[in-house]
Design a protein around this ligand. Structure first.
Ligand SMILES: [Ca+2]
Ligand SMILES: [Ca+2]
Ligand SMILES: [Ca+2]
Ligand SMILES: [Ca+2]
Length: 324
């Protein structure tokens, strides 16, 4: 059974103040709703990387003061999951306010677990002030009612929709309000394979702008840390573009091998170091194999275990390619 906002408001009000009479609330419930409001989803960013969090705010818009809002959040749980649920800024702080999530006797974590494992719907997210029949309330206008932190769990250039269902609002007077509509939102999920090139770029039509590559292949965009990583010079980063500087940096690693990861070449470079602390052997970052598809020389193969002059030549094949 869905737990209505009115029940939530009443229960909390009784617990906190013990002064609400059910008869009074019932009388108010019978009043004709004359004002209307709407609910909408506000997503914190247009896009997010797979594995990262973002927030979804449920915003309420009303022409009169309101004391509570409720909705279910619908989403595709193949691509998204809920991390946490909190009250929005409209209901934060005094006077006493409350958050209800889930269908009683669920806890908030029960409701999150249910939404993430079975239904893909977070049922009954309610935020309210713990009183009916007058103030406290939040003013007419647009207010942030509920904030849900979500995580993008899977997707290659996938746009995930987030919707609202079963909207309810309650006026400061305690009357039920007609919810005239809801507006959902969406977020574009980028899968990042580690090559610094967004999948929207990798899936593009031209290798010069990062395209004609595989968004699940971390080796097909030969952008390396520059200035070159050497002992005492550890600040090199990848520029999201393949330039002549990348080919020159690769030259400094010639002679290093995965077979002898701790053996330094004449420049002091070692295949097995991780001077930029990115979790990858530095030698691998400057190492590639021959392009698997000769017709696509800009997309080299995975590291072959030895940095040679051929690696610098591989990089020259894609100088000018730019994912920025
Ligand atoms: Ca990528
Ligand atoms: Ca790639
Ligand atoms: Ca570069
Ligand atoms: Ca490294």
């Amino acid at each position: 059974m869905r737990r209505s906002l009115r029940v939530a408001v009443l229960a909390s009000a009784c617990a906190l103040a013990g002064v609400i009479a059910a008869g009074t609330l019932g009388a108010r419930n019978s009043a004709l709703a004359t004002n209307s409001g709407s609910l909408s989803v506000s997503v914190s960013a247009p896009s997010v990387f797979e594995g990262n969090n973002f927030t979804v705010a449920i915003m309420q818009t009303a022409t009169v003061a309101t004391s509570g809002v409720q909705a279910d959040l619908t989403f595709d749980r193949t691509h998204l999951q809920i991390v946490s649920v909190t009250q929005g800024s409209a209901y934060t702080g005094p006077p006493a306010s409350g958050l209800v999530a889930g269908v009683a006797p669920q806890t908030v974590s029960d409701a999150v677990n249910e939404a993430n494992t079975s239904t893909g719907t977070f049922k009954n997210a309610s935020a309210f002030y713990a009183s009916t029949g007058g103030q406290p309330s939040i003013p007419a206008g647009t207010n942030q009612a509920i904030v849900i932190t979500m995580q993008a769990i899977q997707g290659v250039n996938f746009t995930a929709s987030i919707g609202l269902a079963n909207p309810e609002m309650i006026e400061a007077t305690g009357d039920s309000m007609t919810v005239s509509g809801t507006t959902g939102g969406s977020i574009l999920i980028h899968h990042e394979d580690g090559d610094q090139c967004l999948d929207t770029k990798e899936l593009g039509p031209s290798h010069a702008t990062g395209g004609q590559r595989d968004p699940n292949n971390p080796w097909d965009f030969f952008d390396v840390p520059t200035p070159v990583l050497l002992p005492g010079h550890t600040t090199g980063t990848r520029s999201h573009a393949v330039t002549i500087a990348d080919a020159i940096a690769i030259l400094s690693y010639i002679g290093t091998t995965a077979a002898n990861p701790n053996t330094a070449n004449a420049n002091g470079a070692m295949y097995g170091s991780d001077l930029d602390a990115d979790g990858h052997q530095d030698g691998q970052e400057y190492d590639r194999g021959t392009a698997p598809n000769p017709a696509m020389p800009w997309a080299p193969g995975p590291p072959n275990g030895a940095v040679q002059i051929s690696d610098a030549i591989l990089a020259l094949n894609s100088v000018g390619d730019n994912c920025n």
